[in-house]
Write a protein that binds this ligand. Sequence first.
Ligand SMILES: [Zn+2]
Length: 398
Amino acid sequence: MGGVWSQLVGQPDAVEVLSAAAQSGARLVEGTGSAAGMTHAWLFTGPPGSGRSVAARAFAAALQCTAGQEVLGCGECQGCHTALGGTHADVRMVVPEGLTISVSEMRALVQTSARRPTGGRWQVVIITDADRLTEGAANALLKAVEEPPPRTVVLLCAPSDHPDDVSVTIRSRCRRIALRTPAAAAISEVLRLRDGIDADTANWAASVCGGHVGRARRLATDPAARDRREKVLKIPVQLRRMADVFDAAGELVKAAEADATEVSETRDEAEKDALRTAMGHGGTGKGTASASRGSAGAIKELEKRQKSRATRTKRDVLDLALVDLAGFYRDVLVVHAGSDTTLNHPDHADSAVKAAQNWSPESALRRLEAVLGCREALEQNVKPQIAIEAMVAVLYSG
Ligand SMILES: [Zn+2]
């Protein structure tokens, strides 16, 4: 299937359900038949990288598509185009910038989403990290999910439908779309066909990305990302002395900081510029002076949001490194078990085999648990330096 659905890599079941729902939705909008199959609240679940928000956005596009029943989600019409590009007036995507979405933000969102769709079809709200909603924000959202206005659709994305991720009350009102980890072959195909990446690079990136499409694309296209992955995967075999522990820990944290800063700085400056322009800086008109006074507060507010986003970016970058690291220790256990399961890092199979000769399965497992424990500690806001050092110490001692 082409159009917007081609973005859902390796998810034929989800595509079938969503395209049928979009067709029911179109029948309802056009008053040409039964709307059975269309639901007002959806929950997209799946492991990171399986494409939860991509799927939600594709569905939003199909709901706004004006190409007609047969080819809903054509990917070409104005509706599809603007919905995918993030500029459709009736599609709102909430990407929590800090660690959570505030109650007031959520209230405002629920209010706007209750308006009549300007394009005459649907008001779509996408919440990309529903698991980061605070209890208050979730309660504010609940109203829209419980008594949805007739033309409002709420699309929630979360790692799973476990109560830790999505409250039971919200979950019970949503229809669930469970995405799976896409197969390496499907990822490689999309890298080749959509991104024009050569076959060797695409196959390699697909084989080491852990089913994460975005990560595969980054590894295939960004030498710095490849370099960082190599450095992380060298850590397990490089820990020979206690002093190596602190070096490795320091480097991990430093690399995450550098990476996060690089991402943040460009974005922060662009946002500040946009805000200054919007507030009348650089203008010469009558209102300029008072606008400057008012803008100081707005810029401060923006800086606060940017700071919390930078913290989040840094943690996300570190987490990615930890996922790679955990993959390595899993590979060591796979080698020990003599299982023919595909390795997480087939290109580092030699190191995994060597490590399996030196470590007992118990010792490899302790190392794996240390990595997973560190991920949890970071999630609980433990200072990165402290959590990482504690982890690397176990990686060294086993
Ligand atoms: Zn379309």
